[in-house]
Structure formats: C-alpha cells, structure tokens
Design a protein around this ligand. Structure first.
Ligand code: FAD
Length: 291
C-alpha cells in the first residue's frame, strides 16, 4: 500500500527503520529482531541506503528478508550519492520488480573521506530532484522525504531550509519523516512553521531511543541533534551500569513518544537500528491512538 494511503486510513501510523547489515550473521539477527517487532503490527518498515551508494543491493536484499516475514508494506530509502539518473531509474525498476511501492527519497551525504556532497555527473543535486524523478517515472509510488526540526546542518538559514522542504512536498512528496530529535518543543515549533509555510502533508517524528552513554556523542556528531541536559545527567548518574542506562533511555523515549502522541502526531517512525528491545519496551508502555 502506498504511504499516502497508509496515513489517510490509519489514525496513528507506526513505522520502523532498519539498515542493511554487513554480514550474514547481522542479517540473521535483523530477521530475529524484525520478527519480534512485528508483534506491534507496524504499518510499514523502511531500510536505509548506505552512504556512497555502497549498499544499493543490500537495501533491497534486507527488504526482501522483511517481505519474506510479513506482507506489511516496505519502503526503500534511495539517495543521489554516486548515482546517475540512469542508475536511479534502474534502482526504481528493481524495487518495483520486488513489489516495493514506497521510496524514502533522500539527497544523501558525502561518502566517507569526502568533505561535502558533490553532484555526480548525470546525477541529481537535491532531494527534491529525486522526488521529481520518481513522480515522473512512477506516479503511483509513495514518497517520504527528510525534514530537520533543528535545521539541516548545511542550510543557509532555517527559513531557507523550510523553503526547500516545501519544494520537496510541492514536487510530490507524500509525507515528511524528521531527523531524530530529543526536545519535543523543537519539533512542535518546526511543525508550526511547516503549517504556516503551507506544508500540508503528514509530518512524522523520527525517534531513536538512546540506551547508552556512548551513543550520545555519536548521535550529536552524526546529525547535530541536541539532548536535554537532565537526560544526559540521568545517563551519567548510571555510571558504568549498562542496564541502568538502558532503563533511563527507554523511560526518556517513552515520555517523549507519549507527549508527541498527546500533541496529535500522525505516527512515529522509530529508528530501531536493527534491534527490537528498546523500541519494544517503549511500545509496551505506550497507549497508541486507535481512532
Ligand atoms: P535535501 O533536501 O536535498 O537538502 C540538503 C541541503 O540542501 C539542505 O541544507 C537544504 O536546505 C539545501 N537545499 C535543498 N534544496 C536546495 C536548493 N534548491 N538550493 C540550495 N540549497 C538547497 N542518508 C543516507 O545516506 N541514507 C539514507 O538512507 C538516509 N535516510 C534518511 C532518512 C531520513 C528520514 C532523514 C531525515 C535523513 C536520512 N539520511 C540518509 C541523511 C541524509 O542523507 C542527510 O541528512 C543529507 O545531508 C540530506 O538529505 P536530504 O534529502 O534531506 O537533502
């Protein structure tokens, strides 16, 4: 089922994001974890597309494993990195042949070792160009794009970033999935600004439960998301007790999700990182809207 229809026909949409494992053992673990996550009856599952176009086939392979477990819809992420328009078209054809009807259309980042994103010769420069390409080649595809409550790090200004986000929607995106964030006020302000700018597609918060202190630095370095001080202190107070850190992380994510639901979000997209435990514990404590 295309994404637009999923959001139209469900009062609350639960989705999970995976990444392609590097090894067979990683794939076995992913399958086991997805099996556990299916208990929560997600409406769709997505799989990321690796930096530098490195996991082109692995993304489809990972989704094939999910498709073998369940008939819930899946979405493939796709980026413009190291890809010509022909490469992108051929990926879309492969995805279609595999029964995939949804794409998370993303510009992508520079491959490791390169300073900034460069447009490939014969390729595309922005997420909006990919949305346009997909809409012209496969008009019925569901398309999600990325949005940045704390503003994309390369954006000239928050207003410019918002304008570019609106362009992605105007080119045909069905919904926005946000970069992860930990301060709901930031998301709610972003949502208000989107509405004022005339963006009228679902804006879905992306949530990543942080379950250990080491993750904090990685997350901040990777996407610039800021973490609330009281949460950081609570994690610090756990010392080396991994289980205590996990518990603090789950509690924080549960509160965050519950508050977002109270603010009427159309769904939550969990960055599950191929593991089921943290998201499962959060979901067990949440009351998801049913109407
Ligand atoms: P764009 O929307 O193209 O924006 C990139 C920058 O360019 C922004 O600063 C924007 O303001 C600016 N901009 C846009 N249009 C214009 C214009 N016309 N003129 C001037 N400036 C412009 N990365 C991966 O490698 N693989 C993945 O699978 C992946 N999945 C993701 C999923 C989600 C939901 C999100 C939020 C991010 C994901 N990323 C992924 C990370 C993503 O690659 C980076 O955040 C990347 O830097 C931006 O991609 P984008 O599509 O949002 O960019």
């Amino acid at each position: 089922m295309p994404l637009a229809e999923i959001y139209k026909t469900n009062p609350f949409v639960l989705s999970f994001e995976l990444f392609p494992p590097k090894t067979d053992k990683g794939m076995d673990l992913l399958v086991e974890n997805v099996r556990q996550l299916l208990e929560f009856q997600p409406h769709f599952i997505t799989c990321t597309y690796g930096a530098g176009g490195s996991t082109r086939d692995k993304t489809l392979d990972t989704l094939a494993h999910v498709q073998a477990l369940s008939d819930i819809p899946v979405a493939s992420h796709l980026t413009c990195v190291n890809a010509t328009i022909d490469d992108l078209k051929s990926y879309l054809a492969k995805a279609t042949a595999q029964g995939i009807k949804n794409i998370v259309a993303i510009r992508g980042d520079a491959p490791e070792g390169e300073a900034s994103f460069q447009t490939t010769e014969g390729g595309l420069s922005y997420g909006k160009d990919l949305v346009k390409l997909i809409r012209s080649e496969y008009p019925d595809f569901g398309i999600a794009v990325g949005g940045y409550p704390e503003t994309h790090p390369e954006a000239v200004s928050p207003d410019a970033d918002l304008r570019h986000l609106k362009e992605k929607v105007d080119c045909g995106a069905d919904l926005i999935v946000t970069q992860l964030f930990y301060n709901n006020e930031v998301f709610l302000r972003f949502r208000d600004r989107c509405t004022s700018a005339g963006i009228d597609v679902p804006i879905v918060p992306g949530l990543l439960p942080v379950t250990n202190f080491n993750q904090v630095k990685r997350i901040t370095a990777l996407c610039g998301a800021t973490l609330p001080n009281d949460f950081l202190h609570a994690l610090e107070n756990c010392g080396d007790d991994a289980e205590a850190q996990f518990k603090v992380g789950v509690e924080q994510a549960t509160q965050q999700a519950s508050d977002l639901i109270a603010h009427g979000v159309p769904g939550i997209h969990f960055y599950v990182l191929n593991k089921s435990r943290a998201t499962s514990e959060v979901l067990r404590s949440l009351k998801l809207p049913t109407e």
